[in-house]
Ligand binder design. Structure first.
Ligand code: AK7
Length: 289
C-alpha cells in the first residue's frame, strides 16, 4: 500500500506498551497503532546521541535499505518519524524476543535447532546479497524470534549497498572476518564468515575466537606467567585459529560446514547456496525454517 508509506506518523498514533529491550542507542517498546490495532515494536532513539556518535547517515541508510527488503527472516522496518528530541523506528514485533537471551538460557542449541536457524539465515542473506545488500553485523544480539519460532535478522544499522564498500568497524570484535580486521576491501562474503561464527556459537555456546581476557582462568594465568600474553581475539581471527572443544559433542558434519565458512580467503568461503545443500543442513534443518 504505497499510499500508507507517504503518511506522516506521530507518537499520538500509538498506544505505548511494555519495554521490550534496551538497545545501544535507546529503548524499544511494544506499541499498538490506534487506527488499525496493529501491534509493532517502537524503537526510540535520542537525536543528541545520534548526533554525538555521527551515525545519522547510517540510520538514513538503514531506513532506505530496509524499505526495500521483504523476507520472512528479515524483521520489517515499516517506517520512522521524529519529534523535537527523538527519532522513532516503527518495527515488526518479534513475539518470542531476542535470540541471545534464548542462547544464554539454553547454553547452546541442538544440532537440529542450530541447523534450522543457520538455513533460515542463509536464505535471508541470499535474498539480501541478491539485492546487493550486505548486513555486516550478523551476531546473536541482532537476531529475534518470531511468533512461530522463526528467526528474524534485525538492525541493518551497519548494512551497506555493496557498490560503496565501507571500512567502518562494527560492534563486538568476535564476528569480524579477517579482511575487516585488516580493513581491506570486503564484500558479501563477510556475512558468510559471520554466519560461520554464529553456527559455531549456536553449537558451543561461545564464539570460536573469543579471547579469555575476561575469564578468571585467564586472570590467574596472567598473574602466574605475565610474560606470556594470551592470544587475543583479533590475532586468532586473522590466523583463523579454529579449535573445536571436546564438549559438547558436535557432529563432524557440523564441524566440516563451519570449517568451510571460516576460511581466510573470502573467495574460498562456501557460497550460501552451497551451504543449503551441505549434508549437515539437509539432514538437520527443519524445512519450514
Ligand atoms: N521483540 C522485539 N521485536 C522487535 N524489535 C525488537 N527490538 C528492536 C530490534 C531492532 C530492529 N532494528 C533496529 N535498528 C536499529 O536499532 N537501528 C539503529 C539504532 C541506532 C543507531 C543506528 C545507526 F544510526 F547507527 F545506524 C541504527 S533495532 C524486539 Br526486542
Amino acid at each position: 500500500v504505497p499510499a500508507a508509506e507517504k503518511k506522516r506518523w506521530t507518537l499520538g498514533d500509538f498506544d505505548i506498551g511494555k519495554p521490550l529491550g534496551r538497545g545501544k542507542f535507546g529503548h524499544v517498546y511494544l506499541a499498538r497503532e490506534k487506527r488499525s490495532n496493529h501491534i509493532v515494536a517502537l524503537k526510540v532513539l535520542f537525536k543528541s546521541q545520534l548526533q554525538q556518535s555521527q551515525v545519522e547517515h547510517q540510520l538514513r541508510r538503514e531506513v532506505e535499505i530496509q524499505s526495500h527488503l521483504r523476507h520472512p527472516n528479515i524483521l520489517r522496518l515499516y517506517g520512522y518519524f521524529y519529534d523535537q528530541k527523538r527519532v522513532y523506528l516503527i518495527l515488526e514485533y518479534a513475539a518470542k524476543g531476542e535470540l541471545y537471551k534464548e542462547l544464554q538460557k539454553c547454553k547452546y542449541f541442538s544440532e537440529r535447532r542450530a541447523a534450522t536457524y543457520v538455513a533460515s539465515l542463509a536464505r535471508a542473506l541470499i535474498y539480501c546479497h541478491g539485492k546487493h545488500v550486505i548486513h555486516r553485523d550478523i551476531k546473536p544480539e541482532n537476531l529475534l524470534i518470531g511468533a512461530q519460532g522463526e528467526l528474524k535478522i534485525a538492525d541493518f544499522g551497519w548494512s551497506v549497498h555493496t557498490f560503496n564498500r565501507r571500512r567502518t568497524m562494527c560492534g563486538t570484535l568476535d564476528y569480524l572476518p579477517p579482511e575487516m580486521v585488516e580493513s581491506v576491501e570486503h564484500d558479501a562474503s563477510v556475512d558468510i564468515w559471520s554466519l560461520g561464527v554464529l553456527c559455531y556459537e549456536f553449537l558451543y555456546g561461545v564464539p570460536p575466537f573469543e579471547a579469555k581476557e575476561h575469564s578468571d582462568t585467564y586472570r590467574s594465568f596472567e598473574l602466574r606467567v605475565p610474560h606470556l600474553r594470551p592470544s587475543n581475539t583479533l590475532r586468532r581471527i586473522v590466523q583463523v585459529d579454529l579449535k573445536f572443544p571436546p564438549k559438547p559433542i558436535v557432529s563432524s558434519s557440523a564441524k566440516d560446514l563451519i570449517s568451510q565458512m571460516l576460511v581466510k580467503d573470502s573467495s574460498q568461503r562456501l557460497p550460501l547456496h552451497k551451504l543449503l545443500e551441505h549434508p549437515w543442513i539437509v539432514q538437520n534443518a527443519d524445512p519450514s525454517g
